[in-house]
Structure formats: C-alpha cells, structure tokens
Design a binder for this molecule. Structure first.
Ligand code: TXA
Ligand code: MG
Length: 338
C-alpha cells in the first residue's frame, strides 16, 4: 500500500526523528522514496558521503543525487537555472524527476564526483519528505539507490536489510515503493533538454509539459553510473527474447539441455504452452508499463533467489511508454550477451 502523510504512524514518526539524529551524527541511513529505497547522508558531512561510497562499493567519481524538501531552495543548490528546468520542477516536484543543473557553491564536489553539475530531486514519498523537512533549511541528503553498486535497486526495506545487514542501523520501512524504478534524469545544462535516464516520469509527459521534443541519450558523456552498460544486474544470467515465439523456442531448447529456467512473460497466450514443471517456472507480469515497472525489481530478485540457471524474459513492446522498463532489462541482460 502506498503511504500518505496522515498514514505515517507514531512509530514511524519516532523513527524519522531518530533517522534525522543519525544523519546529523554523520551516519548513513536508508529510507523509502516513491521510486526505490535510498542510502542517505547529509551532504555537508564529508565523512558521511565517503561512507555511502564505501558501503555501496561505488567508485567516488560517480555522482550522487541530492534530495531536498522545498522548491524555494532550488536556487540555493543550483545556478543558472533555465526556464525549462523551472517548468519541470514546478510541474513534477515533489516526484520521480531528477534535474541535472549547474551546481551552486553549496554543493560539495565529493557529492558530484568532481563535476560542476548536480542532480537534484524533491521526492514525494511522505516519509522521505518528512525526513528532509525535519533535517531543516539549507540541508540536503545525498542518496543513491540502496543496493550494492551494479545490482538491482531495492523496492522494499528487506532488500536493503538483506544487502547491508547491520551496516545500516536505521532503515525506515515505508512498504513497497509506488513506482519501483528510479527517477527520470533530465539534463538542463544547455539549451537542450536531454533525458539521461528514462524512469518514473514518462518522456511523453515531459514533452507535453514543455511543449517541445526532448532528446534521449542513454550513453551520456557525463558519468552516470546507471548508464554503464552492465547495471541493475541479476546474479542469474538473463536473456531477453524479442517475440513470444522466440521465447517459446528458446525455452524448449534450454529444457532439452536440462537447464533450469525461470520465464517472465506478459502474454497470457503463452501460459498453456509453458506449463510449469520441475525445470521451468513461469511468472506472469502485468501487461502495463507502470504496473510492470513497479514489480520488476522484486520479481528479478525473487527469481535470483530461486537459483535458476537462466532467466528468460519476453521483451516488452517497443515504444516510449515502455522505455524505462526496456532500459533496465537491457542493462540487466548485458552480462549474458557479453
Ligand atoms: O530514483 C532515484 O533517483 C533514486 C532515489 C533513491 O532517489 N536514486 C538513484 O540514485 O537512483 P543512483 O545514485 O542509484 O543513481 C543516480 C544517477 C546515477 O546514474 C548518477 O550517475 C546520476 O544519477 N547523476 C547524479 N548526478 C549527476 C550529474 N551531475 N550529472 C549526470 N548524472 C548524474
Ligand atoms: Mg542506482
């Protein structure tokens, strides 16, 4: 269930207060956002930022997204903000949108991986917002997804616990994330508006609000860890089958080799063809990009835990609505195609 502000229990409110104390003491905490869970640290505390990189196993050159609470502070964190960025911020914040802008001097270079630009986002999850509000004015939290570098992002608190054990003392549990895929990253550095990572907000709605076409750049020259070719990876090799026919024939081929496979499908017509047996288990996903995105990471983790030798997945439709899902699947499957 998606949490709203008046559903934050007394217990969670106390935990948020504890999380704020922990952030102020220079610790890394985990918290839910509407996209995925994040590992948070106060950006003004250099050692805390270092801890994020250490805990995640992420190279220090990969920039972190800075989360803050109020649009009125955008000019505190960024400079030379173009009109397009204001329009996007006003329309989509709080929400699953990250804007890349020239950074102000209030953003330490350790957060941006040494770059003069910064990724900024006001999340809309009530727990995240409350945490940021309580931290106070002119304070912000750097938060990458709470997974080890290169692996699938967490969409429930247990994913974070399982990955980091007691390395993270405070994990705020907001239940399953509403969106389940990371934020859409939009670069507003030049006059052009460029999508660096498709995500929680569709490209079409961005174009609608701006009344202009935007370009999509998945392999940016700017360092974005999510744009490394192998990312969001499952431990089990994952293979995308472009059509339901190729999925069926590939399943058959692997079964003949006695390979134990997990098969993810959207097309119900495949169900009678893929009767589950001791070498094949199929999982039906919703045939809708939003609902598919919401359960994708949890499904990939579940299949990983079931110790299949191979995961096969039916490719989603090739259109803009499915772009964020297709992007993550392509990255997750890369290690197999190498
Ligand atoms: O939905 C999200 O964005 C989640 C939640 C926790 O907010 N966060 C997230 O953070 O996905 P992370 O670190 O896993 O991915 C952030 C992406 C990385 O690909 C990073 O390289 C890119 O944002 N990024 C951050 N600052 C950037 C910058 N200045 N220029 C270009 N890319 C940047
Ligand atoms: Mg990440």
């Amino acid at each position: 269930m998606v949490q709203t502000d008046n559903q934050i229990s007394d217990f969670l409110n106390q935990q948020i207060t504890q999380a704020v104390v922990s952030l102020r003491s220079g610790n890394v905490i985990a918290f839910p956002t509407e996209t995925v869970y994040g590992l948070g640290a106060d950006i003004s505390q250099h050692p805390a930022i270092q801890k994020i990189f250490d805990i995640k196993g992420r190279p220090a050159s990969h920039p972190l997204i800075v989360h803050f609470a109020s649009l009125s502070e955008l000019e505190f964190w960024a400079e030379n903000i173009p009109e397009t960025a204001w329009i996007l911020a006003q329309h989509f914040w709080p929400g699953p949108l990250t804007l890349i802008l020239p950074k102000s001097s209030n953003i330490p270079l350790s957060v941006t991986g040494g770059q003069e630009t910064v990724g900024l986002r006001i999340p809309r999850h009530p727990i995240a917002l409350k945490l940021l509000e309580q931290l106070g004015n002119h304070k912000a939290v750097a938060a990458p997804s709470a997974n080890r570098f290169g692996f699938v992002s967490p969409t429930i608190a247990d994913h974070v616990r399982n990955a980091f054990g007691d390395k993270i003392k405070v994990i705020l549990d907001g239940g399953p994330c509403e969106i389940g895929l990371e934020s859409t990253i939009v670069s507003c550095i030049d006059k052009d508006v460029t999508i660096l990572r498709p995500g929680g907000i569709s490209i079409l709605s961005i174009e609608n609000i701006l009344q202009q076409k935007v370009s999509i750049k998945s392999q940016s020259k700017i360092r974005t860890s999510g744009s490394l070719t192998s990312h969001y990876a499952t431990a089990t090799p994952l293979e995308i089958c472009q059509t339901s026919e190729s999925l069926f024939s590939r399943s058959f081929e692997l079964l003949q080799q006695k390979v134990h496979i997990g098969v993810i499908i959207c097309s119900t017509h495949l169900i009678p063809l893929l009767n589950s047996n001791d070498k094949l288990h199929y999982f039906l996903m919703p045939n809708d990009p939003v609902a598919f995105g919401r359960s994708l990471y949890a499904t990939l983790r579940k299949l990983d835990d079931m110790n299949f030798e191979r995961i096969l997945i039916e490719a989603p439709p090739d259109n803009l609505e499915w772009l964020a899902v297709t992007d993550r699947l392509n990255r997750a499957s890369h290690s197999f195609h190498k």
